[in-house]
Ligand binder design. Structure first.
Ligand code: KG4
Ligand code: ZN
Length: 334
């Protein structure tokens, strides 16, 4: 069976649709919702409304770009969770109606598993078992991936996600939303050793990122009291120093997990895997630790439906379908 699947992603602020045929991504349309910029973060109700407006044009474009007629589809997939409930509901309801109308089976996909399976869209593909550092706006996890659909979370954040730490640090520095990519850009010209920020070491493979946020807040308060233009005058160095501390925190646990699990196939996934500092650090560590590293193409780091389609492909082959009674799960676990 060479399935042709339409996949829909609507967990946060990207409305996306993709068509995959026999494991090859034919289209991946992503509509990013600009409306949240003016609020400095994602507003859940506005996200739901924007998904409703975007979903039909995005799906039409995905089918058109793939040159696939609705009659050629074998299944419809959607993101079940984790994510924002109202946002997930739009994708789930649309997928169910679309599948019902065409009498097609439905596949529900775990968004975090899909981030990891984005590594199977292009070459080179990691071989099993591999470790994946999954870093996004809502998650920070070290995952042991035994096969396409068999994954175990070995460690995770006990408070904020690293993407959240990037975004909140950027906000404290007065940078516009979304802060992560902006902080990354400014960091590229700064000195990462100029200011010391804490590198938190939790037990086992777990992480904590709430402390660094407080330390940045105190750092900004203290220094702007003495010089109101302190942040503006030292912005690149502050960004580079924050980014360095966040990356070191991640790498410490990744090195420990790789060593203890005896695994040298190492991947990163999720929105923060677009970070240039993290990508460079991973490349740097590879020869030192004898790792083969896998870094997704930029378009597959942040939220997209191609990764949902890739997961759906493997679920289709495994016969893992759901029913018209399916509902979103905002806290779905890997
Ligand atoms: O995976 P994603 O698109 O959505 C979630 O599932 O959360 O990840 C979004 C997160 C945001 O926190 C965003 O700031 C961060 O990924 N991000 C970055 C970069 N690009 C996106 N963080 C640091 N550097 C980047 N270049
Ligand atoms: Zn995501």
């Amino acid at each position: 069976m060479n399935p042709t699947i339409l996949a829909i992603e609507s967990s946060c602020d990207e409305t996306s649709a993709s068509v995959i045929q026999n494991g090859h991504v034919l289209s991946n349309i992503v509509a990013t919702q600009a409306i949240h910029e003016q609020y400095g973060g994602v507003v859940p109700e506005l996200a739901s409304r924007a998904h409703q407006q975007n979903i039909i044009p995005v799906v039409s474009q995905a089918l058109q770009k793939a040159n696939i007629a609705k009659s050629e589809l074998d299944a419809v997939a959607f993101t079940r969770g984790p994510g924002l409930l109202g946002a997930l509901l739009v994708g789930c309801s649309f997928a169910k109606s679309f599948a019902l109308g065409l009498d097609l089976p439905l596949i529900e996909v775990n968004h975090m598993q899909a981030h990891i399976l984005a590594h199977f869209i292009d070459d080179p593909k990691p071989s099993f078992p591999f470790l994946c550092l999954t870093v996004s706006g809502g998650h920070t996890q070290i995952v042991l991936v035994r096969s396409h659909l068999d994954m175990e979370v070995l460690g995770q954040t006990t408070d904020d996600a690293v993407g959240e730490a990037f975004d909140k640090s950027a906000k404290l520095l007065g940078l516009p939303y979304p802060g992560g990519p902006m902080l990354d850009k400014l960091a590229s010209t700064g000195d990462p050793n100029r200011f010391p920020f804490p590198i938190v070491n939790m037990d086992g493979y777990d992480f904590s990122f709430s402390g660094i946020k407080t330390s940045i807040l105190n750092f900004v308060k203290k220094n702007t009291a003495a010089d109101p233009d302190f942040v503006e005058h030292n912005l690149a160095d502050i960004c580079a120093s924050i980014q360095w501390a966040l990356i070191q925190t991640l790498m410490k646990k990744l090195v420990l997990a790789a060593k203890e699990q005896g695994i040298k196939e190492i991947a990163i996934a999720g929105g923060v895997s677009a970070n240039s500092g993290l990508r460079a650090t991973l490349q740097e560590y590879a020869p030192k630790h004898g790792w083969n590293v896998y870094i997704p193409a930029f378009e597959y780091c942040t939220d997209n439906a191609a990764m949902i389609a890739m997961a759906a492909h493997y679920q289709f082959l495994a016969g893992d379908f759901t029913t018209q009674y399916a509902s979103p799960d905002p806290r779905l676990k890997v």
